[in-house]
Every structure is written in structure tokens, then in C-alpha cells.
Design a protein around this ligand. Structure first.
Ligand code: 13P
Length: 287
């Protein structure tokens, strides 16, 4: 059942658990996520980056696929289709294409410009029934082989952006996208607490969910995080399972080269990863 993310995150905030944003890349990814959340009776947010959408031939293709699959699989749990780290123009395109939620990432702009653009998009998103996420303090990660450590968001800037009517806020607290380097210092919980206190109870979003230790995830949820994004971890488990299949020579046995067979171990691996995340975040049976 397609929905925006307002209701599911309000419930999560009140119930002290987090809803997973799982990024999708193709049909197999989408099917694996939808089947798993239905089995676990969990709400979910399907994250779609502009790059992933381009790979799938555009935002409209993504909406059409998710809508049709949601109906074909009789999905009863709430499912949001959410733009991940969108630019201004991409956010408008997603609204047009039938997404139910958007993220505008203005963290690279000056705070004045971030405020300006976020404010405009809040109006447009809400007029069209979508939820909207904004970001303060950019999330680090690997770019051209260099791993950026991620900023710690300023609580005053978070307060300002939260006051614009956004539905949930991504704030950098030392989290980064991709695999954490061995010298990573961990999440900055003092910063999280300050941001939580400054932003009046708005649901907070933790990006870079791959590889954050379980105790840190639980502590983050206790300090106001209601949405946790996971992308790389599904890619890694998908790749490992596919590698195992090929290295075992299974693609050479009988019709093992058939994509419906070759992609099955990776598909099952995504399901397993999504299940682990949902149980850890505590959103099972919360649909
Ligand atoms: P990971 O790829 O580190 O799981 O982060 C995902 C994310 O934050 C998407 O916005």
C-alpha cells in the first residue's frame, strides 16, 4: 500500500523504533524488499537515488514498477517511494512522477540557500501529499577513492531547518555512506542529543546505516532517530551470494545461467539483510 512517510515515522517516533529506508536498484531489489516487509508486517521506505533511477530508465519507471508490484503482491503494509539525496530539480521531477516522499539535500549550500530551497519544496511537496526530508551537515563517504569523514551538524541550523515544516530531518553526526573505515570514531551521541533537544521532537534520520554496530543503532533510536537508511549492505550481501554461486560453477550446471536462477542467491541474500535490519530497528509488526 503506497503511502507517504509521515504516519509511519510519527508512529516510529512515538513507539521508539525506526523504519528502514532500503535503497532499491532494480526489480529484484524491489521484490525482495516488498516480500520481506510483508512477511514481517513492517512499514518501509524504498530509497531511490537519482543514479539508481537513471539506471532504471527514470523516476516514472520506478513509480510504475513499484505501484504494479505493490498491487501484484497484495502488499498490505505502508510503502513509501522516496527520493534519496535529491537536488531541487530532481525533487520536482519525483513529485511529477508520483513518488510519495522526497529528500532535498541542500547540505552543500550555504544555510541561507538551504533554507530558501527547502522552504519552497516543503510547500510543493505538501500540496501534493508527499512527505519531505531535509539535511543539515553533509554525510561523508567515499567519492573517487577518498573517504570524507562526515560533518557534525550544528544544532541551531538543525532547529532552523526543522522549523520550515519538513517532516523529518537528516543531520550529520559522524555517519558516512558506505563501509566505515577502521579509524572511524563512531557516532557522535552528544551531537545527536543536542540536535534532538533543539528540533522539538521531529523524527531524525540516520544515513549510512551499513556497518553501524547494533548498540549504536539502539542508542541512536533512543535519542530520536526514527528512520535509518541502508544501501551498501544489501549490495555487499547480494554480490557475495552471487560470487559464491558463480565460483561454485552453478551457472554451468543445467540451466544455471538463466538469470532467474543466477540472481536467486543474491535475491535471497537481500531478503535476509532486510530482515535483519527490520528486526534490529524494531519495526516488525508495526505496520
Ligand atoms: P549506506 O550505503 O552506507 O548503507 O547508506 C545508505 C544511505 O544513507 C542512503 O541515503
Amino acid at each position: 500500500m503506497l503511502a507517504n512517510a509521515v504516519g509511519m515515522l510519527k508512529k516510529a517516533k512515538d513507539g521508539r523504533y525506526a523504519v528502514a529506508q532500503i535503497n532499491i536498484n532494480n526489480l529484484e531489489w524491489t521484490k525482495a524488499v516488498l516480500q520481506t516487509v510483508e512477511e514481517l508486517k513492517s512499514p518501509v521506505i524504498l530509497g531511490v537515488s537519482a543514479g539508481a533511477a537513471k539506471y532504471m530508465t527514470g523516476f516514472a519507471t520506478v513509480t510504475a514498477m513499484v505501484k504494479a508490484m505493490d498491487a501484484a503482491l497484495n502488499i498490505s503494509v505502508p510503502v513509501a517511494i522516496h527520493l534519496d539525496h535529491g537536488k531541487y530539480g530532481e525533487a520536482l521531477e519525483c513529485i511529477e512522477a508520483g513518488f510519495t516522499s522526497i529528500m532535498f539535500d541542500g547540505s552543500h549550500f550555504s544555510i541561507e540557500e538551504n533554507v530558501e530551497k527547502t522552504k519552497e519544496l516543503v510547500q510543493i511537496a505538501h500540496k501534493n501529499g508527499l512527505s519531505i526530508e531535509a539535511e543539515v551537515g553533509s554525510i561523508g563517504g567515499e567519492e573517487d577513492g577518498v573517504i570524507g569523514m562526515g560533518e557534525i551538524a550544528d544544532p541551531e541550523q538543525c532547529k532552523l531547518i526543522a522549523s520550515l515544516g519538513i517532516d523529518f530531518l537528516a543531520a550529520g553526526i559522524g555517519n558516512i555512506h558506505g563501509v566505515y573505515p577502521p579509524n572511524w570514531k563512531g557516532l557522535d551521541f552528544d551531537a545527536l542529543e543536542k540536535i534532538h533537544n533543539a528540533t522539538g521532537g521531529i523524527p531524525l534520520v540516520l544515513h549510512g546505516g551499513t556497518g553501524i554496530p547494533e548498540d549504536m543503532i539502539k542508542k541512536a533510536i533512543s535519542l530520536g532517530v526514527s528512520k535509518i537508511n541502508v544501501n551498501t549492505e544489501c549490495q555487499l550481501t547480494f554480490a557475495a551470494a552471487t560470487r559464491k554461486y558463480i565460483e561454485a560453477g552453478k551457472d554451468r550446471e543445467s540451466k544455471g545461467f538463466d538469470p532467474r536462477k543466477l540472481l536467486t542467491p543474491g535475491f535471497e541474500a537481500i531478503k535476509q539483510t532486510v530482515k535483519e535490519k527490520i528486526l534490529l530497528f524494531g519495526s516488525d509488526n508495526k505496520a
